[in-house]
Design a protein around this ligand. Sequence first.
Ligand code: PMV
Length: 327
Amino acid sequence: PLGNDRTATARAHSNIALIKYWGKRDAALNIPAVGSISLTLDALSTDTRVTFRSGLEQDEFWLVGTRADATRASHLLDIVRDSSGVGSRAVVESTNNFPTAAGLASSASGFAALAVAASAAAGLSLDDRELSILARRGSGSAARSLFGGIVELYAGTRDDGLDSFAEPVLPPETWPLTVVVAITELGQKSVNSTAGMGGSALTSPFYPAWVDTGKDDLAAMRLAIANRDFEQLGELAEYSCLKLHGLMMSTRPALLYWNAATMAAIHAVYELRASGIPVYFTIDAGPQLKALCLPEHAGTVADALGQVAGVQETRISTLGHGAQLLP
Ligand code: PMV
């Protein structure tokens, strides 16, 4: 309500990695240890308004109308304040276009929208690469949600992280792919990925192999995409997913994100495939399964997954666009 408020609103879509990242090569700058390739999801988006307001004593974070912990948002806002000279604290208001209780609330769409809105509200004019780097400081996967379609995030080699940003690989219209999300657990009870990969990832004896083999997986996925080879894309995505979960399960303490319905949904995907439908799964740091398929099979895949014991609901998503400022 104050005359000197500086405000901006942005929308970003969530994304799901085909070739996963896990582990950091620099925790303070949040630089991933390996690169990753993802699909931006049209059906899952976050709108975030940032208002810098003088006189405010601390940053406030409101998630769908409820006051929430602002620590991680403040960290990103501090970076924006440092580079813009804006000193005020901010009110951050976020809403999701999906039920927040569904356990799909994603740091990817959240931090991408926050990076775009906060930098605009502070009067910075950052290019896409700078915005991607800023979003990465909040959450690694958020760097990818700056862009639509198929996106690659580079691990880079520089100590300052300035070569660890995402770039679009294919725009969303070029190769229409569909993701069917099978929600196996309502509510977010799992260890979040930041806590999950902080430190404990490194206790797995498989971790060095995970980092060593990452480059080959990325190269193979780039080739599958260039050739529009859906079966190759799907096989590589399942391989990267299972390799990641093998890594997680072999840490101390172990990270086991699946529940019984996650496992049942994996087998349902195998059965669909045995019946001739090209469909593949991927799973992040939580119990939900995301099935990758072609648009013509989305209905069949959603019906089959919806019938799996323990699957609460399914959502179908096409590929979405990159983050944008809203008027
Ligand atoms: O973006 P973060 O730091 O929350 O980590 C994402 C980790 C995975 O979702 C499991 C993999 C990925 O590349 O998105």
